[in-house]
Design a protein around this ligand. Structure first.
Ligand SMILES: Cc1cc2nc3c(=O)[nH]c(=O)nc-3n(C[C@H](O)[C@H](O)[C@H](O)COP(=O)(O)OP(=O)(O)OC[C@H]3O[C@@H](n4cnc5c(N)ncnc54)[C@H](O)[C@@H]3O)c2cc1C
Length: 385
């Protein structure tokens, strides 16, 4: 039976510091007085949002990240936050996200700039009735409007290559810097009493009497009542290595950076289900982000690589069908990173069956940034029983 300590690796040297913390031989400051309620593994946006939520609720929580926080898939995220999804469940979850991110300073006590570009969604024409009712729902929380073909032409005709039947317009949507937000959440959680361990890799689960009671990290055992795995695209490989069956997979997402001669100053963030493209302006490069689904599942090693030129060509071909600026634009490179996908496509925030004490918070299928506030609330509710 493992002692119920924060970290139970045998001490090499112990010195009591003024704060009541013990300095150990390997250089970490660890509190040996009390057990943790929850260990979160993975310091991306999902782990960071949950870390903040639990610390805010007064839980004894520790976030463990093998690298520095915010440098996984989250570092490549467009950080777009909008409400419209072709799924009423995701609309409700995304409304929570937009509410949180638009009042970030109030919610966390730290700042992260919200850049309001608005969001233009072009649904499939066959979804007109659904788009109307979902837009009405969003409009109860944030301004949202269904634009007719002529409205669309009047407002965005200078950006479009041809007519579209209708679109959804959310003027209050926009984006944030995903890494900055992640670090801000972690900073706020630490101020509220959460413990952060960076540069510590989790290799195994600490099982006590048939229940998960913490993790085995590269610096020893970290005991806790529950473990939340928020390791994004690393999830399938980690679960495989622990012999836990699952149905999630890692998949590549690629977004192009396109240089345009005269970048439009009023371009919204966008998603188009007819041409299968998405993106937003990128002020850092003065270019435009243009994504197109890859469908590439990744086995084994996590892919965070150079962009695939064949995929770039597919994206540009698809983009040309919708936006006039794509024609004549040039490649400024892009981003390619892996994301965890789950069959339900809504995010998997749930206890792992047959592994009491272990929860998954992953499977966001390319939309986890905006859903992180929902995911954090949901995980906290499950942890509270
Ligand atoms: C190019 C791109 C653009 C995107 N754009 C958007 C967007 O505009 N809006 C949106 O809502 N979503 C977007 N997404 C999706 C969103 O970025 C992801 O859903 C989200 O970042 C996933 O966060 P995460 O915390 O699950 O994973 P990650 O950010 O990958 O975090 C997981 C962390 O776990 C750590 N870890 C892994 N294994 C271990 C271990 N054994 N021990 C300790 N730590 C470990 C990793 O180092 C990593 O830091 C985009 C994704 C990509 C790739």
């Amino acid at each position: 039976m493992e002692p119920e300590n924060f970290m139970t690796r045998p001490a090499v040297s112990r010195k009591l510091t003024p704060g009541g913390l013990r300095q150990r031989g390997f250089g970490l400051l660890v509190d040996t007085r009390e057990a943790l309620d929850t260990v979160i593994v993975g310091g991306g946006i999902i782990g960071a949002a949950l870390f903040h939520e639990l610390a805010d609720r007064g839980a004894r929580v520790c976030l463990i990240e093998q690298d520095r926080v915010g440098l996984g898939t989250t570092a490549w995220s467009g950080g777009i936050v909008r409400c419209y999804h072709d799924d009423p469940v995701l609309v409700e979850r995304a409304i929570q996200g937009l509410t949180f991110f638009r009042s970030f300073a109030e919610q966390t006590g730290t700042r992260a700039e919200f850049i309001e570009t608005g969001f233009l969604y072009i649904p499939h024409p066959s979804r007109h009735e659904q788009a109307r009712s979902l837009t009405d729902r969003i409009a109860q929380s944030f301004p949202a409007q269904l634009l007719s073909s002529s409205d669309l032409d009047r407002k965005f005709g200078h950006l479009l290559s041809g007519p579209a039947e209708y679109a959804v317009w959310e003027p209050h949507a926009g984006y944030l810097d995903a890494t900055q937000v992640t670090r801000a959440l972690v900073r706020s959680a630490v101020r509220k009493g959460g413990r952060l361990l960076e540069g510590v890799r989790v290799d195994g689960l600490n099982r006590v009497e048939g229940r998960v009671r913490g993790v085995r990290g590269s610096t020893g055992v970290i005991a806790a009542d529950a473990v939340v795995l928020a390791v994004g695209a690393h999830t399938p490989r980690l679960l495989d290595s622990w012999g836990i069956s699952h149905d999630v997979w890692a998949q590549a997402i690629q977004v192009e950076l396109r240089g345009v001669d005269s970048p439009p100053t009023d371009h919204p963030a966008y998603m188009d289900d007819v041409c299968s493209i998405n993106g937003r302006p990128d002020p850092d490069s003065a270019g435009m982000l243009l994504g197109h689904p890859t469908g590439h599942r990744i086995d084994g090693a996590i892919e965070r690589t150079a962009i695939d030129p064949d995929q770039s060509e597919l994206a540009v071909t698809a983009g040309r069908r919708r936006f006039s600026w794509v024609e004549g634009s040039v490649s400024l490179g892009g981003f390619r990173a892996a994301e965890c996908y789950a069959p339900e496509g809504r995010g998997r925030v749930a206890w792992v069956p047959e592994e009491a004490g272990l929860m998954l918070a992953t499977g966001f299928n390319g939309g986890g940034f905006k859903l992180a506030p929902w995911a954090a609330g949901q995980a906290a509710r499950l942890l509270a029983g």
